[in-house]
Design a protein around this ligand. Structure first.
Ligand code: F6P
Length: 553
């Protein structure tokens, strides 16, 4: 293999890669879904994989048995399963940070043994889960009181990125399971309006702040936590002792937590082998655990584990994360798709795609390989989407009739949540009818002949024709329970892993967010004090000057 400093040619020179490129050329203009289904009546049943409570239908993809076989050969050649096993063993596969990648240990059973540097990490995981459970129970029962002796009624999680998106997404997803007598808010943005709106109607005597930060150095979080402390102290008469009853921390950095003034007894620990975007099933999930209770939280971990075991043990041809990852490789690397839509047909999954954006785009938004050489192939897609029916009345037009290839995941549930009234439950069929209709319309479209047969005037026929052939995966689950949510998240975690392995990139670092952070710190004094900031480019310097002028008016 070449070690060219100008690039990382291994992947595109592999025979398995060129076989896929040739296959793509042979199949041009593209496999046609109408033809594929007509030629293979069993396709709808064969192209389905089941894992836990998830039924994953990939029959509406622009692939044939041959495409799938070639993609599997690429996975074998790039040793996806070898890297998977190294991850589960606790090897330091996050090469640029020299760290193990062990979010799977967060949901390992008590008796599992997973070693990092010769130490079994599982007892520590369960010790923290037990400590979280004890605390969550005390808050939920009212035993944990605030500084004035009043019970806690409001929980405000302050964090950003992985320290916000996971708990916020899961809280929404599992709302029917949450303690409805408690209020939960999630503050992430350094825009003071976020904290203002979160606390303006809360009583400080009844409010618990959870400061969530892996590093405990993230400027947005520390700034918001500092302001929250001022708000609390102001509301409670200024007694510093109040902080211990109203602030807890979730972090890997005890020293910084203590520096901030939070008692480390009130800190819930996790470890450097948990990436931020893979962390909401760690201590970072404390707000969620308070919301749904420790038992439900453990059910969620069990759900994660179902898919971990599946990813580890299912044969390649039935391995759901592997298949989903490889389909993304097919579209991104061979059919030039730039983005991937995730469209949940569930109000409860309203933050699901935003969560996946960090999971996928922070993991696989890379342009050098694991050895630091520029890659010569596309890596992670732009991930986007919102709940389905809302999207239908906004941007689905472009998916149906635009010029871009946008593979999409349609996610739906067989049952509405139990607490809806009968009348609202009855709406569920309409919701799901939309999902199924979209899958069909995207795949099979409507031909010009069909449009004409409806008597549409000839000049309108092109406008009303749907070319179809837009690929989707349909993930049908039972209902949005804690376990099902865990299954879905683990499915996407491992899908992202598969793609990173094929592309030979480090999916577990995030150096790309550093430059902006450093520059923001440098620019701030120019705004607050009018300081001269060396190194500002002319455009940014002019913007800073304009901002300062406008602010004075
Ligand atoms: O955006 C960069 C990032 O480092 C994410 O990876 C992380 O989830 C987020 O910032 C928050 O980091 P922390 O939990 O250390 O505050």
């Amino acid at each position: 293999m070449s070690d060219s400093p100008s690039g990382s040619p291994e992947l595109t020179r592999r025979p398995e890669w060129t076989a896929l490129a040739d296959h793509r050329t042979d199949a041009l203009p593209q496999p046609d879904l109408r033809e594929l289904f007509a030629a293979d009546p069993g396709r709808a049943e064969r192209y389905v994989v089941r894992v836990g409570d998830l039924r994953i239908d990939y029959s509406k993809h622009l692939v044939t048995d041959e495409t799938l076989a070639l993609l599997q050969e690429l996975a074998a050649a790039t040793d996806v399963f070898g890297l998977r096993d190294a991850m589960f063993r606790g090897e330091r596969i996050n090469v640029t940070e020299d760290r193990a990648v062990l979010h799977t240990a967060l949901r390992a059973p008590r008796d599992a043994v997973i070693e990092v540097d010769g130490e079994n990490v599982v007892p520590g995981v369960h010790a923290v889960l037990d400590k979280m459970a004890g605390f969550a129970d005390r808050v939920r029962s009212g035993e944990w009181t605030g500084h004035t002796g009043r019970r806690i009624r409001n929980v405000v999680n302050i964090g950003i990125g992985g320290s916000d998106l996971g708990p916020a997404m899961a809280y929404e997803a599992l709302r029917p399971y949450t303690a409805r007598d408690l209020t939960f808010r999630f503050v992430s943005n350094v825009d003071g309006a976020d904290l203002h709106e979160a606390v303006r109607d809360l009583d400080p005597a009844e409010t618990l702040f959870i400061v969530a930060s892996k590093t405990f150095t993230t400027i947005e979080t520390i700034t918001n936590a500092t302001s929250a402390r001022s708000w609390l102290l102001k509301g409670l008469g200024g007694d510093e002792k109040a902080v211990a009853r109203h602030f807890v921390a979730l972090s890997t950095n005890a020293e910084k937590v203590a520096d901030f003034g939070i008692d480390v007894d009130n800190m819930f620990e996790f470890w450097d082998w948990v990436g931020g975007r893979y962390s909401y099933d760690s201590a970072i999930g404390l707000s969620l655990m308070i919301a749904i209770g420790p038992d439900r939280f453990r059910e969620m971990l069990d759900g994660f584990r179902i898919v971990d075991e599946h990813f580890r043990n299912a044969p390649a041809e039935d391995n759901a994360p592997l298949l989903m990852g490889l389909l993304g490789v097919w579209y991104g690397n061979f059919l030039d798709a730039q983005s991937h839509a995730v469209l949940p047909y569930s109000h409860y999954l309203s933050k699901f795609t935003a969560y996946l954006q960090q999971l996928d785009m922070e993991s696989n938004g890379k342009s050098v390989d694991r050895e630091g050489r520029p890659v010569q192939w596309q890596t992670g897609p732009v991930v986007w989407g919102t709940p389905g029916t809302n999207g239908q009345h906004a941007y689905y037009q472009l998916i149906h009739q635009g010029t871009k290839l946008i593979p999409a995941d349609l996610i739906g549930f067989a049952r509405p949540v139990a607490e809806l009234s009968d009348e609202l439950k009855a709406q569920h069929d309409l919701l799901m009818a939309n999902l199924f209709a979209q899958g069909q319309a995207l795949a099979f479209g409507k031909t010009a002949e069909e449009v004409r047969a409806e008597g549409v005037p000839e000049e309108q026929v092109p406008h009303r024709t749907f070319q179809g052939n837009h690929p989707t995966t349909t993930i049908l689950a039972t209902e949005p329970t804690p376990s099902v949510l865990g299954q879905l998240i683990a499915l996407y975690e491992h899908k992202v892993f598969v793609q990173g392995a094929v592309w030979n990139i480090d999916s577990f670092d995030q150096w790309g967010v550093e430059l902006g952070k450093v520059l923001a710190k440098r620019v701030e004094p120019a705004l607050t004090e009018g300081a001269d900031v060396p190194g500002l480019d002319p455009s940014t310097a002019a913007l800073v000057a304009a901002y300062r002028n406008l602010r004075e008016v």
